[in-house]
Design a protein around this ligand. Sequence first.
Ligand code: MLT
Length: 317
Amino acid sequence: ALLASVNAFAQEYPVANKTITFVLPYAAGGPTDKAARDLAQAMSKAMGGHSIVIDNSAGASGSIGANKVAKASADGYTLLFTHIAQATLPTFFRNLPYNVEKDFEYIGLVSENPMNLIGRPSLPANTMGELVTWIQANKGKINIANAGPGSASHLCGMLFQSTLKVDMTSVPYKGTAPAMTDLIGGQVDLMCDQTTTTIPQIEGKKVKSFAVTTPTRLTAVALKDSPTMQEAGLKDFSVTIWQGLYAPKGTPAAVLKKLNDALKVSVKDPEFIRKQEGGGATVIMDARNDPAGHKAFIVSELAKWAPVIRAGGIYAD
Ligand code: MLT
């Protein structure tokens, strides 16, 4: 009887008038929000126009939103869309209220995003070389914005400081969108953010671009003159962010299958691909689109970042 009711439930999923929510653990208007909205649109199309909405539950480096989904009903209507934080927060936070490996079902990864070191428009430096000189001359006075310890922007900024052997004052926000507003306004000096949201600001001459975090230069017009960190002399510097979808642990397998099917249709959707590529991102089309490949990748990333983060000696709590 239990099996019969589980099957009936899965056949009905998603019920016509029941909205699916992607919980997004960062502020609206940032790169994670943008990627989530693009995926929601593509998955909605793949699910016959079913309504998918975004719930921006931002704060505490993205752990508030992730915890909300970890504790939500496992019915396929409350999902988590997040990035590399799934693999960094467990090391940054010693008392994270959820377990990344045990409290989620993995649905699939969808995109990889390069990052970009940007600065306030009034910065006296224009090139990466000038920036490094300015940083060395202003040690102890520089602010760098981010979305909290363990966030993508923090990780990238931390690597930048440790590679240059310079300490900057970290200014945390609930996402890089509000941080971008302050950077444009000149309240903070620098930020490392994903190219999907830096490109429009560089095009609008609202911020200065100094370097990209990929091993080779990016082709987006706004970034083609930005060197890689490695070209700029920052040895081995490479950061790529990836984004994916999760459900609470215990979500029925048939529901997960429907979500994964829709995700796999979405990564081949030309409109979704165009939007990601326009922002300098790459759509993932490999084993990581499947739950097993997604989980294996997260486990490997947890192991990769833990020693890097511990070596930095930074903990959020
Ligand atoms: C955001 O969407 O606000 C950022 O991806 C947060 C972060 O830097 O991790």
